[in-house]
Design a protein around this ligand. Sequence first.
Ligand code: TXA
Ligand code: MG
Length: 349
Amino acid sequence: MALVTERLSVDPADASVYHPVIIRAAQMLREGKLVAFPTETVYGLGANALHAAAVEKIFTAKDRPAWDPLIVHVSDAEMALSLCVDVNEEFERLQRAFWPGALTLLMMKNDSLPDIVTAGGRTVGLRMPSHPVAHELIRAAGIPIAAPSANLFSRPSPTTALHVLNDLGGRIDAVIDGGRTPIGVESTVLDITQQPAVIYRPGGITREQIEAVIGPVAMFTAKEERAVQTSALPSALRSPGTGMRHYAPTAKVLLVEGRLSDLMRALREQPAAGAKIGVLVPSDWRVPELDSYVVFPWGEWGDWGQLAKRLYLALRYLDECEVEVILAPMPEDIGLGSALRDRLLKASY
Ligand code: TXA
Ligand code: MG
């Protein structure tokens, strides 16, 4: 049955205005309803993590397969500790350094969470968001909130409330519109139950930042995961969402390693007539003959933070322009560039 999705607008900088909205949205979450909300990374689709029936609605609304576990969002470290066992030193150090923030820590779960949240797995991903609206919402609700990105499964994550409504309007109870999300790509998923810890998904907190706190970590590459995937069901993977086409627009994504000259060569290789082609062009690159393409001015090359803010906006925009192919230059594998490479790679499968 189609729902009427309420759009609740707030100014994240003005607590006196967003407070009443948050009280109402928190009440909806406690009643088992689905509420999308802004976080510092992307919009999340929240439900009461302790309530299996509420969590099930997330999977239905997103068309998300039951084998893909959800991140549980908390308002403080104490709430996180109430959900897990075998807390180690890495947890203490990382949460002190990066919470609230864009870091999801995989921990051994206890029995308080229903199995549906973790897709039957023994670990749970925990994250304390720093966005004031997300933080206040979880605090007001007083319960842990399960929240994947608020998009239809496999689509680019939403960085505005409009993106959420385009995908999930009529499928969820409400969205809190707090404007654009500041980071623009998802949190880093780090498994600290393994030694050394493993990054399953590079994201808002960089590998370099993490290593400065706990020393060397391992990187689970999408390539490895794809190799496993050919011989196993996604549910058998250690982090099921990592290996597949994901974060993806409808158009085919072609990646160009390197610099301006490589992008120009790739453009020349496209058929002259026929396909409508979209290009993500760094603002400081002078690409001749752009008139025949649909151009998205991406941002300054090398400023990976700025490019991260605009990646999903770009993919969704070019989809709306109905291009058939999207050409994108690949950022470097440092800082937030690693997260951009990961998302572009998965969008290109
Ligand atoms: O920034 C973010 O992380 C956003 C905001 C809303 O917090 N959330 C988000 O959630 O991106 P989602 O569900 O779209 O992506 C979570 C990823 C999936 O690839 C999932 O497979 C993995 O994290 N994941 C979650 N829990 C896991 C677990 N217990 N073990 C292994 N992988 C897990
Ligand atoms: Mg997602």
